[in-house]
Design a protein around this ligand. Structure first.
Ligand code: B12
Ligand code: SF4
Length: 549
């Protein structure tokens, strides 16, 4: 069989797109999400698999294939549905998996022939067998057949244009020990934290194209002995890597030392809010600690912290972003990510907002962290979004970045990231950087450039780190200035989160349409001719009826 696996394009700019950095390095995209290279690797021999990344290539709908697979997060599921609809128009069956299909499978079934709820490892080969027999089911429950992660094959990077990407994802664990109320990880992966063998992870790192790795794990220190063993084995591998972790890592000196020795380049930490009561309301008590101390402990070892904040929660007002900007200035936290509080399927937060009648989402596209989608007690959506843009512009202002990085690079010992960029890449990129910094943009940009370049002479900082600060600063400054206010049609209506679509994972059933015992027939709201999800009026005033989740 010929199987095409498609990663749909993301509709707008986002923090991680590193668009300018990619241009400088001659790469088309930051990364290819790991989902489909992983599914490809699970495909039994004898089938031809083609991986397509809609972010960088046009989809050839007329290229003959037997089966199409798509993945999707909620914020780009509309594009996934468009792709699926195109293929189905041509009579080609489509399977969907990933976070959205897991959390709202009965909606996905309006656009595709089959959904995989949860993980594919113990499902995919069987699905293909069923398909070959003409017996593909509508629902496959990977959540009941979770892999133990011990024998996961490495992602099929050989099928990707690996030179197109800056970073490559490596997965060492699945799950998260926490259960924040705005997150759906426990729904997707269940409550157990699973780990691979460290040897398999090391082999995968060796096989990954390039020398820059992003661990896709939700919390790489979720199992501490495992993390320590992994970092110990990574020492000397000469790769630069980033990861996500909870803030308590800052108070594990042994762990930090091992990370540093293993070449850690950045640690992404969900700090969420400066308000310690709000942290408790979010069910993230691990964050009840002093962020200033924590960030300093990581950065003084020469690892960048990307601290992520959520704005637009109930306790906040228009001063909140100013407080966050001040915190970044004083703490000298290197990089900041901001999200506007939103309500994806499968979260306790969505349930709360629906019950309170405060979920006002115009499109799934808006659940990308850059749009306000819940009613706030004192701020309008436009004000929250204005604050969001202001905060990015403020933190990524050239003079603010200069102050932070001069302080960072003067204090720490930024030597372990020698391989963040190869010497060849450094040479290739330097003249582009020079041209951009010297001839384009304001004086503040040149001040930033010369202040950071001065660290080329420092015995405590290596060249690759200097170049990366310049590249990342340039990229996130450009991103901050690319953000635009949302424009909506005057008659735009919020969509309805339909109860029958968002069936909790624990209640979703397995089976085939028409099979009475499966429950599928009962739950899938059949629509004539499989048309796109209709946008329904949301509130009674608009003539609609709000669906509770
Ligand atoms: C790593 C990651 C990223 C990285 C990706 C980097 C990289 N190099 O890969 C970055 C930082 C770029 C990122 C960005 C974003 N992310 Co993210 N990300 C993740 C994370 C932590 C891991 C994803 C991953 O690679 N998992 C490993 C792979 C192998 O697992 P998987 O994707 O689940 O795939 C398995 C199954 O789902 C299934 N499957 C998946 N697709 C398909 C398709 C078919 C056909 C089949 C059969 C099976 C199948 O099979 C796979 C193997 O079992 C997840 C959380 C999580 N643990 O899933 C969040 C997550 C996916 N991200 C999320 C979000 C919201 C975002 C952002 C919008 C954040 C933002 N505000 O910018 C952006 C959007 C980016 C974009 N345009 O794509 C949400 C999505 C929620 C939702 N309802 O959709 C998640 C679930 C996090 C969360 N806590 O809620 N992310
Ligand atoms: S710590 Fe991160 S991944 Fe874990 S539940 Fe909270 S937001 Fe989700």
């Amino acid at each position: 069989m010929r199987i095409k696996l498609i990663t749909p394009a993301f509709h707008s700019r986002y923090f991680w797109d590193f668009r300018k950095l990619g241009k400088m390095l001659g790469r088309k995209s930051n990364n290819l999400l790991l989902a489909l290279p992983t599914v490809a690797s699970l495909t039994p021999e004898g089938h031809e698999v083609i991986l397509v990344d809609d972010n960088i290539t046009d989809i050839d709908y007329d290229d003959p294939v037997d089966l199409v697979g798509v993945t999707a997060m909620t914020c780009y599921v509309n594009r996934a549905f468009e792709i699926a609809d195109e293929y189905r128009k041509r009579g080609i069956p489509v399977v969907m998996g990933g976070p959205h299909a897991t959390l709202a499978p009965y909606e996905a079934l309006e656009h595709v022939d089959s959904v995989v709820i949860g993980e594919a490892e113990n499902i995919w080969a069987g699905l293909l067998e069923d398909f070959a027999k003409g017996e593909m089911k509508e629902v496959y429950r990977g959540v009941d057949a979770k892999p133990d992660m011990k024998d996961n094959p490495p992602p099929a990077w050989n099928l990707t244009g690996s030179k197109d990407y800056i970073l490559h994802g490596v997965e060492a664990t699945r799950g998260c020990p926490f259960d924040c109320h705005f997150c759906s990880i426990k729904q997707i992966y269940g409550k157990d934290f699973r780990v691979r063998t460290t040897d398999e992870v090391i082999e995968e790192i060796k096989a990954a194209p390039g020398n820059q790795i992003f661990f896709t794990d939700d919390n790489l220190i979720g199992n501490k002995p495992f993390a320590k063993e992994l970092f110990t084995k990574m020492k000397g591998m000469n790769i630069a890597w980033g990861c996500q972790m909870s803030i308590n890592v800052a108070f594990m000196p042994k762990m930090l030392q091992l990370m540093k020795e293993a070449g850690c380049f950045f640690v992404f930490i969900g700090l969420e809010t400066l308000d310690k009561d709000a942290v408790v309301a979010m069910n993230k008590p691990v964050n009840k600690m002093n962020y200033y101390d924590a960030v300093a402990k990581i950065q003084e070892l020469g690892m960048f912290v990307i601290g992520s904040f959520i704005i637009g929660t109930d306790k906040e007002d228009r001063d909140t972003v100013k407080e966050i900007a001040e915190y970044v200035k004083v703490s000298k936290q290197s990089w900041l990510m901001v999200n506007i509080m939103n309500s994806p399927p499968g979260t306790k937060f969505l349930k709360m907002m629906e019950e309170e009648g405060r979920n006002v989402v115009y499109s799934y596209d808006d659940l990308d962290g850059a749009h306000a989608t819940v009613t706030h007690p004192t701020m309008t959506h436009a004000e929250t979004e204005e604050d969001f843009r202001w905060l990015y512009r403020e933190v990524y202002d050239w003079d603010n970045m200069r102050e932070r990085f001069v302080a960072n690079l003067s204090q720490g010992h930024w030597k372990q990231n020698e391989h963040a960029l190869t010497v060849f890449e450094q040479i290739k990129v330097f003249h582009r950087l020079l041209f951009d910094f010297l001839f384009i943009g304001p004086w503040a940009k040149k001040r930033f450039f010369f202040a950071i370049m001065a660290f080329m002479l420092s015995p405590r900082v290596n060249r690759a780190t200097v170049m990366n600060v310049l590249l990342m600063g340039m990229s996130w400054n450009e991103f901050a200035h690319s953000l635009q206010p949302t424009v909506r049609a005057a008659d735009a209506q919020p969509i309805v989160f339909r109860k029958e679509y968002m069936v909790p994972v624990s209640e979703q059933t397995l089976g085939r349409a028409g099979d009475e015992d499966s429950g599928v027939e009962r739950m899938i709201p059949r629509m004539e001719g499989r048309k796109r999800l209709t946008v329904l009026p949301n509130t009674p005033e608009q003539g609609g009826e709000r669906a509770a989740v």
